[in-house]
Design a protein around this ligand. Structure first.
Ligand code: ZN
Length: 134
């Protein structure tokens, strides 16, 4: 697979409203606005940083993946997302290498990107997201 760059770092927060002040006011990053991905029960907010972004994630429901993450580990760093040239190809390659995946095929994430998560069990404990933006 061809990884192009770190697309973004995902950070789980209880509240984007409360969480964003550090990123925007203290660090001076530009807040690009929030978007809810209903299927994932999450609201995301992006802050561009050079070629990459910081993504804040707030759960919209107590049983959403981000809420469960915070319940287990608390707020904080949640996933790293790599931008790939071709996500279908990347997933096929990982399957061929017996890497455990959360998403067997890409789904649509924030900003219309194709995304898929790898299981942290297969990555040494880090939740890894692949994404492709055309
Ligand atoms: Zn992400």
């Amino acid at each position: 697979m061809k990884i192009l760059k770190i697309d973004h770092l995902g950070i789980a927060v209880n509240s984007i409203d409360a969480g964003k002040s550090f990123w925007s006011e203290v660090l001076g990053l530009e807040f690009e606005g929030a978007e809810t991905v209903q299927e994932q029960k999450v609201t995301t907010a992006f802050f561009p940083v050079g070629e990459s972004e910081v993504e804040l994630l707030e759960s919209t429901a107590p049983d959403g993946p981000v809420a469960k993450f915070i319940e287990k580990k608390g707020q904080g760093f949640q996933h790293v997302a790599f931008r790939v040239e071709n996500i279908e190809e990347a997933l096929e390659e990982l399957k061929a290498k017996d890497i455990q995946l959360i998403d067997q095929k890409p789904r649509i994430g924030a900003g219309g990107a194709k995304i898929a998560f790898l299981h942290p069990k297969a990555t040494g404990g880090v939740l890894v997201e692949l994404c492709q933006r055309d």
